[in-house]
Design a protein around this ligand. Sequence first.
Ligand code: KIV
Length: 289
Amino acid sequence: MSAPAAPRTRVTLGALAAKKGAGEPLVMVTAYDYPSAQIAEAAGVDLVLVGDSAAMTVLGYDSTVPVTIDEMLMLTKAVRRGLAAPLLVGDLPFGSYEASDALALETAQRFIKEAGCDLVKIERGGTTVNRARALVQAGIPVVGHVGLTPQTATALGGYHAQGRTAEAALAVIDDALALQDAGCAMLVIEAVPSEVTAALVPLLDIPVIGIGAGVAADGQVLVFHDLLGLYDGGAAKFVKRYADMRSAAIDGVERYASEVRERVYPAAEHGYAMPEDEAARLKGLLAGR
Ligand code: KIV
Protein backbone atom coordinates (compact mmCIF):
# COMPACT_ATOMS: atom_id res chain seq x y z
CA MET A 1 0.00 0.00 0.00
CA SER A 2 1.37 3.43 -0.86
CA ALA A 3 1.88 5.98 1.93
CA PRO A 4 -0.82 8.67 2.19
CA ALA A 5 0.09 11.80 0.21
CA ALA A 6 1.65 14.56 2.31
CA PRO A 7 -0.77 17.46 2.87
CA ARG A 8 -0.19 20.26 0.36
CA THR A 9 0.65 23.72 1.54
CA ARG A 10 -2.18 26.22 1.17
CA VAL A 11 -2.14 28.12 -2.08
CA THR A 12 -1.78 31.89 -1.66
CA LEU A 13 -2.22 34.84 -4.01
CA GLY A 14 1.55 35.32 -3.75
CA ALA A 15 2.14 31.75 -4.88
CA LEU A 16 -0.14 32.30 -7.87
CA ALA A 17 1.70 35.51 -8.78
CA ALA A 18 4.99 33.59 -8.58
CA LYS A 19 3.61 30.89 -10.89
CA LYS A 20 2.45 33.53 -13.36
CA GLY A 21 5.90 35.14 -13.19
CA ALA A 22 7.51 31.79 -13.89
CA GLY A 23 5.16 31.12 -16.80
CA GLU A 24 3.62 28.16 -14.97
CA PRO A 25 -0.08 27.73 -15.90
CA LEU A 26 -2.66 28.03 -13.10
CA VAL A 27 -5.35 25.39 -12.82
CA MET A 28 -8.86 26.22 -11.68
CA VAL A 29 -11.88 23.93 -11.66
CA THR A 30 -15.39 24.40 -10.40
CA ALA A 31 -16.81 22.33 -7.55
CA TYR A 32 -20.25 22.41 -5.98
CA ASP A 33 -20.24 20.01 -3.04
CA TYR A 34 -18.08 18.06 -0.59
CA PRO A 35 -17.12 15.15 -2.89
CA SER A 36 -16.30 17.36 -5.88
CA ALA A 37 -14.18 19.56 -3.60
CA GLN A 38 -12.33 16.50 -2.31
CA ILE A 39 -11.67 15.41 -5.90
CA ALA A 40 -10.33 18.87 -6.83
CA GLU A 41 -8.17 18.82 -3.69
CA ALA A 42 -6.78 15.35 -4.47
CA ALA A 43 -6.09 16.35 -8.09
CA GLY A 44 -3.88 19.19 -6.85
CA VAL A 45 -5.57 22.17 -8.53
CA ASP A 46 -4.60 25.72 -7.56
CA LEU A 47 -8.06 27.26 -7.32
CA VAL A 48 -11.61 26.03 -6.90
CA LEU A 49 -14.55 28.14 -8.04
CA VAL A 50 -18.02 27.47 -6.73
CA GLY A 51 -19.45 28.88 -9.93
CA ASP A 52 -23.02 30.00 -10.35
CA SER A 53 -22.94 27.42 -13.17
CA ALA A 54 -24.22 25.33 -10.22
CA ALA A 55 -27.61 26.77 -11.15
CA MET A 56 -27.58 24.61 -14.27
CA THR A 57 -25.24 21.72 -13.48
CA VAL A 58 -26.49 20.95 -9.97
CA LEU A 59 -29.84 22.67 -9.45
CA GLY A 60 -31.35 22.15 -12.90
CA TYR A 61 -32.26 25.77 -13.70
CA ASP A 62 -32.06 26.70 -17.38
CA SER A 63 -29.62 29.57 -16.80
CA THR A 64 -27.43 30.95 -14.03
CA VAL A 65 -29.84 33.82 -13.37
CA PRO A 66 -32.31 32.24 -10.88
CA VAL A 67 -29.80 30.86 -8.36
CA THR A 68 -30.10 32.58 -4.97
CA ILE A 69 -27.51 33.73 -2.44
CA ASP A 70 -28.68 31.08 0.01
CA GLU A 71 -28.43 28.28 -2.56
CA MET A 72 -24.91 29.40 -3.51
CA LEU A 73 -23.90 29.70 0.15
CA MET A 74 -25.07 26.18 0.95
CA LEU A 75 -23.05 24.73 -1.94
CA THR A 76 -20.02 26.89 -1.14
CA LYS A 77 -19.97 25.84 2.51
CA ALA A 78 -19.97 22.18 1.45
CA VAL A 79 -17.03 22.82 -0.89
CA ARG A 80 -15.16 24.62 1.92
CA ARG A 81 -15.48 21.50 4.08
CA GLY A 82 -13.87 19.39 1.36
CA LEU A 83 -10.94 21.71 0.56
CA ALA A 84 -7.66 22.43 2.27
CA ALA A 85 -4.96 23.66 -0.10
CA PRO A 86 -6.59 25.36 -3.13
CA LEU A 87 -7.84 28.92 -2.95
CA LEU A 88 -11.65 29.00 -2.79
CA VAL A 89 -13.50 31.48 -5.01
CA GLY A 90 -17.19 32.17 -4.38
CA ASP A 91 -19.35 33.39 -7.27
CA LEU A 92 -21.78 36.16 -6.34
CA PRO A 93 -25.06 35.34 -8.07
CA PHE A 94 -27.02 37.63 -10.40
CA GLY A 95 -28.84 40.38 -8.49
CA SER A 96 -26.74 40.03 -5.35
CA TYR A 97 -24.18 42.80 -5.97
CA GLU A 98 -24.99 45.03 -8.97
CA ALA A 99 -27.31 47.61 -7.40
CA SER A 100 -24.91 49.29 -4.98
CA ASP A 101 -21.55 49.05 -3.25
CA ALA A 102 -23.39 48.39 0.02
CA LEU A 103 -25.28 45.42 -1.48
CA ALA A 104 -22.08 44.03 -3.01
CA LEU A 105 -20.28 44.34 0.33
CA GLU A 106 -23.10 42.73 2.29
CA THR A 107 -23.22 39.74 -0.09
CA ALA A 108 -19.47 39.35 -0.43
CA GLN A 109 -19.00 39.43 3.34
CA ARG A 110 -21.46 36.52 3.67
CA PHE A 111 -19.40 34.47 1.19
CA ILE A 112 -16.20 35.24 3.11
CA LYS A 113 -17.57 34.98 6.63
CA GLU A 114 -20.23 32.25 6.39
CA ALA A 115 -18.82 30.12 3.55
CA GLY A 116 -15.09 30.64 4.13
CA CYS A 117 -14.24 31.91 0.64
CA ASP A 118 -10.81 33.38 -0.02
CA LEU A 119 -12.02 35.51 -2.93
CA VAL A 120 -15.32 36.42 -4.58
CA LYS A 121 -16.03 36.66 -8.32
CA ILE A 122 -18.31 39.21 -9.97
CA GLU A 123 -19.20 39.57 -13.65
CA ARG A 124 -18.82 42.36 -16.26
CA GLY A 125 -17.08 45.67 -16.55
CA GLY A 126 -19.31 48.76 -16.43
CA THR A 127 -20.83 49.40 -13.00
CA THR A 128 -19.22 46.20 -11.69
CA VAL A 129 -15.89 48.04 -11.74
CA ASN A 130 -17.17 50.28 -8.94
CA ARG A 131 -18.45 47.27 -7.02
CA ALA A 132 -15.04 45.59 -7.38
CA ARG A 133 -13.29 48.72 -6.10
CA ALA A 134 -15.58 48.92 -3.08
CA LEU A 135 -14.98 45.26 -2.19
CA VAL A 136 -11.21 45.57 -2.56
CA GLN A 137 -11.21 48.70 -0.40
CA ALA A 138 -13.11 46.71 2.23
CA GLY A 139 -10.38 44.07 2.18
CA ILE A 140 -12.09 41.44 0.04
CA PRO A 141 -10.01 39.93 -2.79
CA VAL A 142 -12.00 40.03 -6.03
CA VAL A 143 -11.91 38.03 -9.26
CA GLY A 144 -13.34 39.94 -12.24
CA HIS A 145 -15.05 38.13 -15.14
CA VAL A 146 -15.05 39.56 -18.67
CA GLY A 147 -15.89 38.43 -22.19
CA LEU A 148 -18.98 36.21 -22.15
CA THR A 149 -20.66 36.94 -18.83
CA PRO A 150 -23.47 34.38 -18.49
CA GLN A 151 -25.46 36.39 -15.92
CA THR A 152 -26.09 39.02 -18.61
CA ALA A 153 -26.00 36.72 -21.65
CA THR A 154 -29.38 38.01 -22.87
CA ALA A 155 -28.01 41.55 -23.13
CA LEU A 156 -24.98 40.14 -24.97
CA GLY A 157 -27.23 38.45 -27.55
CA GLY A 158 -26.98 34.94 -26.12
CA TYR A 159 -24.22 32.52 -25.20
CA HIS A 160 -21.89 33.61 -27.98
CA ALA A 161 -18.19 34.34 -28.12
CA GLN A 162 -17.46 38.00 -27.39
CA GLY A 163 -14.82 40.37 -28.78
CA ARG A 164 -14.94 39.08 -32.35
CA THR A 165 -14.45 42.50 -33.98
CA ALA A 166 -11.54 44.82 -33.19
CA GLU A 167 -13.86 47.29 -31.45
CA ALA A 168 -15.60 44.57 -29.44
CA ALA A 169 -12.21 43.12 -28.48
CA LEU A 170 -11.07 46.55 -27.34
CA ALA A 171 -14.18 46.82 -25.15
CA VAL A 172 -13.31 43.49 -23.47
CA ILE A 173 -9.71 44.65 -22.98
CA ASP A 174 -10.89 47.98 -21.52
CA ASP A 175 -13.17 46.14 -19.06
CA ALA A 176 -10.23 44.00 -18.00
CA LEU A 177 -7.93 46.99 -17.54
CA ALA A 178 -10.59 48.84 -15.52
CA LEU A 179 -11.08 45.80 -13.26
CA GLN A 180 -7.33 45.52 -12.66
CA ASP A 181 -7.26 49.26 -11.93
CA ALA A 182 -10.09 48.73 -9.42
CA GLY A 183 -7.83 46.31 -7.56
CA CYS A 184 -9.02 42.89 -8.77
CA ALA A 185 -6.61 40.14 -7.80
CA MET A 186 -7.38 38.05 -10.86
CA LEU A 187 -9.59 37.86 -13.94
CA VAL A 188 -11.60 35.16 -15.65
CA ILE A 189 -11.99 35.71 -19.39
CA GLU A 190 -14.66 33.62 -21.07
CA ALA A 191 -15.38 32.79 -24.73
CA VAL A 192 -13.26 35.28 -26.64
CA PRO A 193 -11.00 34.68 -29.64
CA SER A 194 -7.49 33.58 -28.66
CA GLU A 195 -6.12 36.78 -30.21
CA VAL A 196 -7.98 38.88 -27.62
CA THR A 197 -6.41 36.97 -24.73
CA ALA A 198 -2.99 37.13 -26.38
CA ALA A 199 -3.35 40.91 -26.70
CA LEU A 200 -4.70 41.33 -23.17
CA VAL A 201 -2.36 39.24 -21.02
CA PRO A 202 0.81 41.34 -21.65
CA LEU A 203 -1.16 44.47 -20.64
CA LEU A 204 -2.03 43.09 -17.20
CA ASP A 205 -0.03 42.31 -14.06
CA ILE A 206 -2.73 40.12 -12.50
CA PRO A 207 -3.31 36.49 -13.52
CA VAL A 208 -5.87 35.87 -16.25
CA ILE A 209 -7.73 32.55 -16.16
CA GLY A 210 -9.27 31.60 -19.48
CA ILE A 211 -12.27 29.49 -20.41
CA GLY A 212 -12.74 29.26 -24.15
CA ALA A 213 -10.16 32.01 -24.48
CA GLY A 214 -7.13 30.21 -25.90
CA VAL A 215 -3.77 29.16 -24.58
CA ALA A 216 -2.32 32.63 -23.92
CA ALA A 217 -4.16 32.93 -20.59
CA ASP A 218 -2.14 32.46 -17.38
CA GLY A 219 -4.37 29.53 -16.49
CA GLN A 220 -7.53 27.67 -17.41
CA VAL A 221 -10.84 26.90 -15.74
CA LEU A 222 -13.42 24.30 -16.71
CA VAL A 223 -16.74 23.33 -15.19
CA PHE A 224 -16.40 20.08 -13.20
CA HIS A 225 -19.49 18.49 -14.78
CA ASP A 226 -18.35 19.41 -18.29
CA LEU A 227 -14.82 18.06 -18.02
CA LEU A 228 -15.93 14.84 -16.35
CA GLY A 229 -18.89 14.28 -18.67
CA LEU A 230 -21.38 14.36 -15.79
CA TYR A 231 -23.86 16.75 -17.29
CA ASP A 232 -26.65 15.73 -19.65
CA GLY A 233 -26.67 18.92 -21.67
CA GLY A 234 -24.93 20.46 -24.61
CA ALA A 235 -21.35 21.46 -23.86
CA ALA A 236 -19.77 24.63 -25.21
CA LYS A 237 -17.24 24.37 -28.05
CA PHE A 238 -14.34 24.95 -25.65
CA VAL A 239 -15.16 22.03 -23.38
CA LYS A 240 -12.88 19.02 -23.50
CA ARG A 241 -14.23 15.89 -21.86
CA TYR A 242 -11.60 14.07 -19.80
CA ALA A 243 -13.97 11.34 -18.58
CA ASP A 244 -17.45 9.99 -19.20
CA MET A 245 -18.70 9.83 -15.65
CA ARG A 246 -22.36 10.04 -16.65
CA SER A 247 -22.15 6.81 -18.67
CA ALA A 248 -20.14 5.15 -15.91
CA ALA A 249 -22.72 6.26 -13.32
CA ILE A 250 -25.72 5.11 -15.38
CA ASP A 251 -23.98 1.78 -15.96
CA GLY A 252 -23.36 1.41 -12.21
CA VAL A 253 -26.96 2.20 -11.24
CA GLU A 254 -28.31 -0.11 -13.99
CA ARG A 255 -26.14 -3.00 -12.77
CA TYR A 256 -27.27 -2.34 -9.17
CA ALA A 257 -30.93 -2.32 -10.29
CA SER A 258 -30.62 -5.59 -12.17
CA GLU A 259 -28.77 -7.29 -9.29
CA VAL A 260 -31.50 -6.19 -6.87
CA ARG A 261 -34.15 -7.50 -9.25
CA GLU A 262 -32.30 -10.81 -9.64
CA ARG A 263 -31.63 -11.07 -5.86
CA VAL A 264 -27.87 -11.15 -6.53
CA TYR A 265 -27.39 -8.11 -4.32
CA PRO A 266 -27.07 -8.10 -1.36
CA ALA A 267 -24.83 -11.16 -1.03
CA ALA A 268 -23.93 -12.67 2.34
CA GLU A 269 -20.82 -10.49 2.64
CA HIS A 270 -22.92 -7.33 2.49
CA GLY A 271 -24.99 -8.28 5.54
CA TYR A 272 -24.67 -8.82 9.29
CA ALA A 273 -24.85 -12.28 10.85
CA MET A 274 -26.20 -13.25 14.25
CA PRO A 275 -24.12 -15.65 16.37
CA GLU A 276 -25.55 -19.16 15.80
CA ASP A 277 -26.60 -19.60 19.44
CA GLU A 278 -28.48 -16.28 19.41
CA ALA A 279 -30.23 -17.24 16.17
CA ALA A 280 -31.26 -20.52 17.78
CA ARG A 281 -32.49 -18.70 20.91
CA LEU A 282 -34.52 -16.29 18.75
CA LYS A 283 -36.15 -19.26 17.02
CA GLY A 284 -37.04 -20.66 20.42
CA LEU A 285 -38.44 -17.36 21.65
CA LEU A 286 -40.59 -17.02 18.54
CA ALA A 287 -41.79 -20.64 18.83
CA GLY A 288 -42.74 -20.06 22.45
CA ARG A 289 -45.07 -17.15 21.63
O1 KIV B 1 -20.01 29.86 -12.99
C1 KIV B 1 -18.98 29.38 -13.46
O2 KIV B 1 -18.75 28.16 -13.41
C2 KIV B 1 -18.04 30.28 -14.08
C3 KIV B 1 -16.90 29.67 -14.84
C4 KIV B 1 -17.38 29.18 -16.14
C5 KIV B 1 -15.77 30.62 -14.98
O3 KIV B 1 -18.19 31.45 -14.00
